[in-house]
Design a protein around this ligand. Structure first.
Ligand code: 13P
Ligand code: SF4
Length: 344
């Protein structure tokens, strides 16, 4: 692809979203990245929350956590550049120990991944012996290593059901766990390290959760949905399952970022409210100009926001920041990720 072709392609999608002068500058960066990507035999994976100019130019694959995991498992390239947050890049490394995995911003974390430690999982296992542990992929490798099977927002209910057990430990997202429990008709409890054994022994439960939250999705409120519905009676409201159960209940649709995108593409509604990270709404608007995204919230994930075209170019130029996982942890973490991928 020549520079002019790339610029025209970006311009046709991003006109109106990105100012002209910025678009030219970003297209120049994207062009350099694409050339370097070919020279270094790299693949670029871009999460749906990447900013519009990056999302619509450099990734070979875009998607939600599950589809990017699947792409990472399949790649034959030498280098994987992960335009997403650390737990995602770590998952790519877990699945590809012999490849170089790069993350453009070293400190791009996640409030969910930081909300639980491997030690917490060991405590839960001791407290609830024999109960299988399902961990959301939004966890670090050492937590995945203590886990039986991983899940993503796109397959959480199916993963829990696939275990066929009376009880399951589901970590670490309080809201995703509560949404899964609701959908599968299970009663859930949220023990803490301070919970007394005697307090837990007499409660009837089928799921055991943990109280970590996504700092983006916990901000969406039911009252805002009610108010926007008064203003636009024809609006379609979509909520990511990291939102509270009350918000998910008040929405018309819930699903992973990929499922939300498909729902907008396949729907005939004119207006949409997306209760998720705001860049995704911009990315959908770029490809579906006839559909109106209502900008009620403008909440950017501070971690996803750290990934830019500038630092992606640097990542390829300097081979930074290399993501490594100690081999004993990687091996055990791989089992829980591969178990999930085998099912889906
Ligand atoms: P998805 O797997 O739905 O893309 O979600 C990842 C995430 O971090 C949402 O905040
Ligand atoms: Fe983590 Fe929330 Fe950011 Fe997703 S949006 S990466 S769950 S902090």
């Amino acid at each position: 692809m020549t520079f002019d072709e790339l610029y025209q392609d970006m311009s046709s999608k991003l006109k109106g979203l990105v100012p002209e002068i910025e678009l030219h500058y970003k297209a120049e960066l994207a062009y350099k990245i694409i050339q370097l990507k070919e020279e270094t035999n790299a693949v670029i994976l871009g999460h749906n929350y990447m900013e519009p100019a990056l999302f619509h130019s450099i990734p070979d694959f875009t998607g939600d956590s599950l589809s990017l995991c699947q792409q990472a498992a399949k790649t034959d390239k030498d280098i994987i550049v992960f335009c997403g947050v650390r737990f995602m890049a770590e998952t790519a490394k877990i699945l590809n120990p012999d490849k170089t995995v790069l993350i453009p911003a070293e400190k791009a974390g996640c409030s969910l991944a930081e909300g639980i430690t491997a030690d917490d999982v060991c405590w839960l296992r001791k407290r609830f012996p024999g109960v299988p542990v399902v961990s959301y992929v939004n966890t670090y490798a050492d937590v995945k290593a203590e886990t039986d099977i991983c899940c993503t927002s796109g397959n959480a209910v199916k993963v829990v059901e696939s275990l066929n057990t009376d009880t399951v430990i589901f970590l670490p997202d309080e809201y995703l766990a509560a949404n899964v429990a609701k959908e599968s008709g299970k009663h859930i409890i949220f023990p803490t390290r301070k919970s007394k054994k005697s307090d837990l022994d007499h409660i009837d439960y089928q799921m055991i959760g943990w109280k970590a939250r996504c700092e983006v999705h916990e901000q969406f409120k039911v009252d805002d949905i009610k108010n926007i519905r008064k203003q636009f009676t024809d609006i379609l409201v979509l909520a990511h399952p990291e939102c509270s159960p009350e918000v998910v209940e008040a929405a018309d649709f819930t699903g992973s970022t990929k499922a939300m995108i498909s729902e907008v593409q396949n729907s005939n509604a004119k207006r949409y409210l997306l209760l998720t990270e705001c860049s995704m709404g911009e990315n959908i608007a770029a490809e579906n100009p006839e559909k109106e995204m209502i900008r009620l919230y403008s909440i950017r994930c501070p971690h996803m926001n750290q990934i830019t075209l500038e630092n992606t170019l640097k990542a390829l130029q300097k081979t930074q920041y290399v993501v490594d996982v100690p081999e004993d942890i990687r091996r055990r973490a791989a089992q829980s990720v591969e178990r999930m991928i085998e099912i889906f």
